[in-house]
Ligand binder design. Structure first.
Ligand code: ZN
Ligand code: ZN
Length: 401
């Protein structure tokens, strides 16, 4: 018997070899048929289905796909136990969390005229963004100055924590981790603490930047500042995050093009209104670390550097898009020649081959010489050797006892 799923194409990435990697955030057909309300559907399992196909043959692999249709942010029917394509199946709700290799039938594009699509759209509709409160400076309480940025080793994904001198988290930028085909079994850091005054800034709506809330639901007790959503549909896991946060009045939107949220020690910049490219429709963050003279860190998420206006010298950078390609002819930000550190956040044997050698070279040419990689170095502290880092490690050891 074929198990049927409906998948929202959260991420589509074509590599330099012409291979297209598609990630579906999926729900089972039974769960959709039995969904009496949104509350019921968000309790169901989040199933990640990853496939890799040749871009040239995409219309052979995906049935009924209209010509020139973008593949990202659409809905597809996917049947398990087929013979057509290799896929990775990862149930993110199960405790063991181990992805399986499976065979599926060719996914089929769901046309807007189909009844099942209409049903899906009713459930997975973006909430009216006018009803989400705007992120304002007075919503966030900064209890102390930032002292360093920790780029957490979460495998292929992103999670950065801004720590104070005592080593306590002030705020998070992204709360993602490895999933699907990237969820290989090797140790990654999984030790988080969530002081009630901390908050989360989400860079953009790709799953590898926020899905760790499934494993650490306490993060939903914090306020989240998020970029605009699409106009029509979102995936199951996106819906789960949004509704959980809305229920606790913890969801705040920073949506206007070039809108900035400015405080003494950081700035959040909204790149633009939601466009077709999620990576460039998000929030980037500048951190100014006062204890280190003027040590400025840029957290770009997966955005192209050329979309980020740089007002000052940079000392620290978490490389955009895990060191992958951002766009053609990107403008790489220059590093301060006397003091700089760059962190690359990516996972072992990731299929996208991040970081891309050419991108690393471009960043080196822009002056970024002190390189650290989460895969090699584990958690990375920017800058290195601060009291914040030492205190944070002590807190962690203490917590483990
Ligand atoms: Zn992304
Ligand atoms: Zn990413």
């Amino acid at each position: 018997m074929k198990e049927v799923y409906y998948g929202f194409s959260d991420q589509v990435l074509t590599d330099s070899g012409g291979k297209m990697h598609i990630r579906f955030d999926s729900v089972s057909e039974d769960d959709i048929n039995n969904a009496s309300s949104i509350d019921k559907i968000i309790e169901k399992d989040s199933i990640i289905i990853d496939i890799t196909v040749e871009k040239e043959k995409i219309h052979e692999y995906i049935l009924d796909l209209p010509k020139r249709k973008r593949i990202e942010n659409r809905w597809f029917k996917i049947s398990r136990n087929g013979d057509d394509l290799n896929a990775i199946f990862h149930n993110c709700n199960r405790a063991q969390n181990i992805p399986e290799n499976i065979k599926i039938c060719n996914p089929r594009y769901l046309a807007p005229t189909e009844d099942i699509f209409k049903k899906i759209l009713k459930i997975f509709k973006c909430p009216d963004q006018k009803t989400i409160p705007k992120a304002l400076e007075n919503e966030i309480s900064i209890t102390s100055d930032p002292a360093c940025v920790k780029c957490v080793n979460v495998g292929q994904g992103n999670c950065n924590i801004i720590l104070n001198e005592e080593g306590c988290p002030l705020y998070y930028y992204d709360f993602g981790c490895r999933i699907g085909r990237d969820a290989k079994s090797y140790p990654i850091n999984d030790d988080f603490c969530f002081p009630s005054t901390a908050f989360v800034v989400l860079s953009h709506w790709h799953l590898d930047h926020f899905i760790n809330f499934k494993k650490h639901p306490d993060v939903l007790k914090l306020k989240w500042i998020v970029p605009p959503l699409g106009q029509y549909s979102i995936g199951k896991t996106h819906l789960e995050l949004i509704y959980n946060l809305m229920e606790n009045n913890n969801l705040f939107l920073l949506d206007n093009q070039r809108q900035r949220l400015n405080t003494k020690h950081f700035e959040i910049l909204s790149l633009k209104k939601w466009g077709t490219n999620k990576n460039n429709s998000g929030l980037v963050m500048f951190i100014k670390l006062p204890h280190e003279g003027s040590f400025n860190v840029l957290l770009p998420g997966d955005a192209s550097y050329k979309h980020i206006p740089l007002g000052f010298n940079l000392n620290g950078l978490v490389a955009s898009h895990h060191g992958g390609r951002t766009c053609k002819n990107d403008k790489f930000p220059s590093a301060c020649p006397t003091r700089n550190i760059i962190a690359y956040s990516y996972g072992k044997d990731n299929i996208y081959k991040h970081p891309i050698q050419k991108v690393v070279e471009n960043l080196e040419n822009a002056g970024w010489r002190n390189r650290y990689d989460t895969l090699v170095n584990g958690d990375i502290y920017i800058p290195q050797g601060t009291n914040a880092e030492k205190n944070h490690k002590v807190i962690k050891v203490y917590k483990q006892i």
